[in-house]
Design a protein around this ligand. Structure first.
Ligand code: ATP
Ligand code: MG
Length: 557
C-alpha cells in the first residue's frame, strides 16, 4: 500500500476486440444464404446447479452473436435428466441471465418436446435405425470396445422393427425397471468414433421430473435430444464447448436420419478455465452441500450469484467475456484479468470513503480537546465532477496499522517517531511520542499538528513525502469487513486444495457516512480497495462489507 495510486498499471492495458472464429463461420453462411438471413442461437443450461463464470462466457457469446447479426437467442433449459434438476436452479438461471443484461427471444424447456422426441425415436425404429437392447451397463461397456479395438454387436441388434416398436412402447408404459432395457441408435460398432458405436438414445428412469411430473418414465439422452431441441427451435448455429467435438457426427446423424431440412450446425469453442477457480457445477454443489461455503451465492463462489453478491457488476463480467475472446484452443485465463475488469468498471463509478484497518489511535496534543472541524476531501480523485464531501477532524483520530512503523524501513515515508506526514484533506502532523501499554503494545501516538498547513490554504512551506488517510475517533463507525482469498489454492505438491483462509473477517473504523450505507452500495475504501455493503448481512445497525477486490493490479498483459 505504499503508493497512493495502484491503478497506474491497469490504465496501460488497452481494450482489444478479440477475434471470433464463430463470427467468420456465420458470415460465410450469410453470404451463401445457408439459412437465408437467419442467425438463431440458444443458451442451453441444464438446471442442475447455479450458473458460473464459465457459463457467462457462453451466455455472452450466444446472446451477443445473435445481437450482432440482428438474430435471436433462446434461453432453453436442457432438462432431459430428471434426477438432478430442480426448480430452484431454473429460477436462479433466469435471474442470472437477466442480471447480465440479456433478453431472450423465448424461454423454453427441452422437456416440452418429449412427445416430439418420442415420435422421432419411433421414426428411427421404423427406418431400422434404432433398436431396444437388453444388455446391462456392464455388458454394454464390454461390447463397446476401446479406442484401439472395435466394439461387438449386441445380440439384440437385429430385432425386427415390429418387436422394437412393441418393446419401446412397453418401455414408455413403464413395464421395465430402470436399467433393464434401453433404446440404441443403430450406427456402427466398428466406428473409430466411440460415440457412433450404437449409442443409447433412451433410458428408463422411474423418477418425477420438475416439469413433466410422472408423465414419463423413459428419458432421451443428451446427444440424441440436443440436436432435436435445436432443430425444433430453428436454431442455426448451435454453439457448445470443445468436449462435444467428437459428438458432432452423432448430432449430424440424428438430424440427417430424421430428414430434417436445413439442420442446425454445431460449432465448438474452448471452455473458460480460470486460475484458482473450479468450474464444475458438481463440485460447486458439493461445496454447498458439505457446508464448505455458506451457499451458492457465497461471495467466494465463482457462480454468477456469488460474483454478484461479492460486488461484481454485469458490465465488468461482460467486459471480461469480450476480452478473453473465443477460440478453439483450451487455455487457462488468469483470474487477475477478471479482477482488472471490475477495477476498471468501478474506478470512475464509485465514491471513496476513509476506512482504517488495524487502527492506531492518534492524540493531537496541541489541538483543542473540545473542538471538531469539518475538512473537505474528494469523492473520487479521478472524477472531479463527483465533488467533495466534508469529514470531521478532532484531536483524536485513527490511522491504519500499516501507516505507522516504530522503526521505519528504508524508503518508508509514512508515520514514524519524529516524522511529519500529511493527513489527507487536513494538516501536516508529526509523531512525537509512542505511548505503550504495560504489555509493550502501542496504546496511542502523541502527535502535533501545524495549523498553517491546512489543506487548500495555499501553504507553500516545507514539503512532506507521505500522505495518509485517517478517521475521526469520536465519530467513527465500526464496520465489519470480509476479506476474501481465492477458494482454491495449490499446496506444496501442486494439488488444488480448498484455501483455509478464503474468508477473513475483520473490524474496522470508518468515517461517519458509512453508517448510512445501503445493502448493495459500493465504495472505494481509500487506499484499500473496492467494497460492497453485503446484501444479506447489512442492516440498519450492522454494516458488513465484502471486499470486491483490492487496488493493486497483478494483471500483466
Ligand atoms: P459444468 O461442467 O460446470 O456442470 P455444464 O457444461 O454441464 O457445466 P450446462 O448447463 O450443460 O453445464 O452448460 C450450459 C452451456 O454452458 C453449455 O453450452 C456449456 O457448453 C456452456 N459452458 C459450461 N461451462 C462452460 C465454461 N467453463 N466455459 C464456457 N462455456 C461453458
Ligand atoms: Mg452439462
Amino acid at each position: 500500500m505504499a503508493d497512493m495510486d495502484k491503478n497506474i498499471q491497469s490504465e496501460a492495458i488497452e481494450t482489444q476486440a478479440a477475434s471470433n472464429f464463430i463470427h467468420n463461420i456465420i458470415e460465410k453462411d450469410l453470404e451463401n444464404q445457408r439459412y437465408g438471413d437467419k442467425v438463431y442461437t440458444r443458451f442451453p443450461p441444464e438446471p442442475n446447479g447455479y450458473l458460473h463464470i464459465g457459463h457467462a462466457k457462453s451466455i455472452c457469446l450466444n446472446f451477443s452473436t445473435a445481437e450482432k447479426y440482428g438474430g435471436q437467442c433462446n434461453l432453453r433449459y436442457d432438462d432431459t435428466n430428471p434426477v438432478k434438476e430442480d426448480v430452484e436452479y431454473v429460477d436462479s438461471i433466469e435471474e442470472d441471465v437477466k442480471w447480465l443484461g440479456w433478453t431472450w427471444s423465448k424461454r423454453l424447456f427441452a422437456s416440452d418436446y418429449f412427445d416430439k422426441m418420442y415420435d422421432c425415436a419411433v421414426t428411427l425404429i421404423k427406418k431400422g435405425k434404432a433398436y431396444v437392447c437388453d444388455l446391462n451397463a456392464e455388458q454394454m461397456k464390454e461390447y463397446r470396445g476401446t479406442l484401439k479395438e472395435p466394439g461387438k454387436e449386441s445380440p439384440y441388434r437385429n430385432r425386427t422393427i415390429e418387436e422394437n416398436l412393441q418393446l419401446f412402447e412397453e418401455m414408455k408404459a413403464g413395464k421395465y425397471a430402470d436399467g433393464e432395457k434401453v433404446l440404441r441408435a443403430k450406427i456402427d460398432m466398428a466406428s473409430p468414433n466411440i460415440n457412433m458405436r450404437d449409442p443409447v438414445i433412451y433410458r428408463t428412469a422411474h423418477t418425477s421430473h420438475h416439469n413433466t411430473g410422472d408423465a414419463w418414465c423413459i428419458y432421451p439422452m443428451y446427444d440424441y435430444a440436443h440436436p432435436i431441441e435445436d432443430a425444433i427451435e430453428g436454431i442455426t448455429h448451435s454453439i457448445c464447448t470443445l468436449e462435444f467435438e467428437d459428438h458432432r457426427p452423432l448430432y449430424d446423424w440424428v438430424l440427417s436420419e430424421l430428414d430434417w431440412p436445413t439442420p442446425p450446425q454445431q460449432i465448438e469453442f474452448a471452455r473458460l478455465n480460470l486460475t484458482n477457480t473450479v468450474m464444475s457445477k458438481r463440485y460447486l454443489k458439493a461445496l454447498v452441500d458439505n457446508g464448505e461455503v455458506e451457499s451458492w451465492d457465497d461471495p467466494r463462489m465463482p457462480t454468477i450469484a456469488g460474483l454478484r453478491r461479492r460486488g461484481y457488476t454485469p458490465e465488468a463480467i461482460r467486459d471480461f467475456c469480450d476480452r478473453i475472446g473465443v477460440s478453439k484452443a483450451n487455455s487457462l485465463v488468469d483470474i487477475a484479468l477478471l479482477e482488472h475488469c471490475i477495477r476498471e468498471d468501478l474506478k470512475s463509478k464509485v465514491q471513496s470513503r476513509n476506512v482504517v484497518e488495524n487502527p492506531i489511535k492518534i492524540v493531537i496534543t496541541n489541538y483543542p480537546e473540545e473542538q471538531t472541524e469539518e475538512v473537505e476531501v474528494e469523492n473520487n480523485k479521478e472524477v472531479p465532477e463527483m465533488g467533495n464531501r466534508m469529514i470531521p477532524f478532532s484531536n483524536e483520530l485513527y490511522v491504519d496499522g500499516e501507516d505507522f512503523m516504530e522503526v521505519p524501513e528504508k524508503k518508508y515515508f509514512r508515520l514514524f517517531p519524529g516524522n511529519e506526514v500529511r493527513f489527507k484533506g487536513a494538516y501536516f502532523i508529526k509523531c512525537d511520542e509512542v505511548i505503550k501499554n504495560e504489555d509493550g503494545t502501542i496504546k496511542e501516538l502523541h502527535c502535533t499538528y501545524d495549523p498553517e498547513t491546512r489543506s487548500g490554504s495555499g501553504f507553500e512551506g516545507r514539503k512532506v513525502k507521505g500522505t495518509i488517510h485517517w478517521v475521526d475517533a469520536k465519530t467513527a463507525v465500526k464496520i465489519k469487513i470480509r476479506q476474501y482469498g481465492y477458494l482454491m489454492i495449490e499446496d506444496e505438491n501442486g494439488e488444488n486444495i480448498m484455501n483455509p483462509e478464503s474468508l477473513v473477517e475483520i473490524e474496522a473504523y470508518a468515517e461517519p457516512a458509512l453508517a448510512e450505507a445501503k445493502p448493495g452500495e459500493r465504495f472505494q475504501f481509500f487506499r484499500h480497495g473496492y467494497y460492497i455493503a453485503d446484501t444479506k448481512l447489512t442492516t440498519d445497525r450492522s454494516k458488513v462489507f465484502n471486499r470486491i477486490v483490492d487496488l493493486k493490479s497483478s494483471w500483466k498483459k
